[in-house]
Design a protein around this ligand. Structure first.
Ligand SMILES: NC(=O)c1ccc[n+]([C@@H]2O[C@H](COP(=O)([O-])OP(=O)(O)OC[C@H]3O[C@@H](n4cnc5c(N)ncnc54)[C@H](O)[C@@H]3O)[C@@H](O)[C@H]2O)c1
Length: 266
């Protein structure tokens, strides 16, 4: 059975830990770490794991796989040390890989594995295939309820009054690199789409705030010599964190299942 260490025991981490404890997916959580000691202890009670007092202690546990579901900053400080210790990594804060130098260093570590779940989106398999031919354009259009976008650096800098919106409004347009620094907690999917397709500079992103939206909607448009692709997900937010779609949690579970299965689909 795979031995897992979980970094970040929030909405995603706790749901993964519960699913593993209930045997819905195979794997044993041996170590957990969270900036909040209380959350880590709650996770440890459910899983029977050790609580690590620091990232370093977590990385030196006997886990084979480190599951990061904490933050972009945590992912950035964890990735290379984890790979140096020959751990596999499951990375939820995909936005960390918008850092071109970090991506280069990760990719140069032949033999290492960083697994990236599809997160709150789909069709990454089709994009990856399309890229083998000529992929000309990729646009991700994300629509969220204003409260899911509140507090992001872009909204604060531009002093956007999202609560005052009465109709669906485009509040951001730019490439994926700009999108992830503007909305680090909202648009990890833009980096996953970039990694599958055209990279962060050529992937276009639009973010819309819609007071009538009850779901986080991601629409993916791509065009190339394969033809055209349109994929739309209407995600329900997870109960614990309105910024996180439930599908992202499920995609991490699907990835953990895949790690120990014979068939590798997609
Ligand atoms: N790939 C995707 O599609 C996708 C979808 C949703 C969320 N995410 C990302 O996954 C991550 C987790 O999401 P969530 O909804 O569980 O968030 P959350 O805020 O509910 O939980 C994050 C937990 O990590 C802890 N944490 C934060 N920084 C830490 C650090 N440096 N060291 C240790 N613990 C730390 C927090 O205390 C918190 O308990 C976030 O970065 C989020 O942006 C990715």
């Amino acid at each position: 059975m795979l031995r897992l260490a979980v970094l970040g025991c929030g909405a995603i981490g706790m749901q993964l830990i519960r699913a593993l404890a209930e045997g819905r997916v195979q794997g044993e959580v041996v170590c957990v770490h969270d900036l909040s000691r209380q959350r880590a202890e709650q996770a440890a009670r459910i899983s029977g794991a050790e609580v690590a007092d620091s990232l370093e202690e977590l990385l030196h546990s006997d886990a084979q796989v480190v599951v990061e579901c904490a933050s972009i900053a945590a992912a950035k400080s964890m990735l290379l040390p984890a790979l140096e210790l020959n751990k596999q990594v499951v990375l939820l804060s995909t936005g960390a890989l918008a850092d071109a130098e970090l991506l280069r260093r990760v990719e140069s570590r032949h033999g290492s594995k960083v697994h990236i779940p599809s997160g709150a989106i789909g069709a990454l398999d089709a994009l990856r295939a399309a890229r083998e031919g000529e992929l000309r354009s990729v646009l991700l259009r994300t629509t969220k309820p204003p409260r899911a976008l509140e507090g992001s650096p872009y909204v604060r800098q531009k002093r956007l009054e999202l609560g005052a919106l009465r109709q669906r409004t485009k509040i951001f347009s730019g490439n994926a690199l700009e999108a992830i620094s503007a909305f680090p907690a909202n648009i990890n999917v833009a980096v996953a789409v970039s990694l599958a397709g055209l990279g962060t500079e050529k992937t276009q992103v639009e973010i819309h705030a819609d007071p009538a939206a009850r779901r986080n909607i991601h629409e993916l448009f791509a065009e190339g010599d394969f033809g055209r692709l349109y994929f739309r997900t209407e995600n329900l937010p997870s109960r614990e964190n309105p910024r996180t779609s439930q599908l992202a949690v499920l995609s991490a579970l699907a990835l953990l299942r895949r790690l120990s299965s014979v068939l590798q689909l997609g």
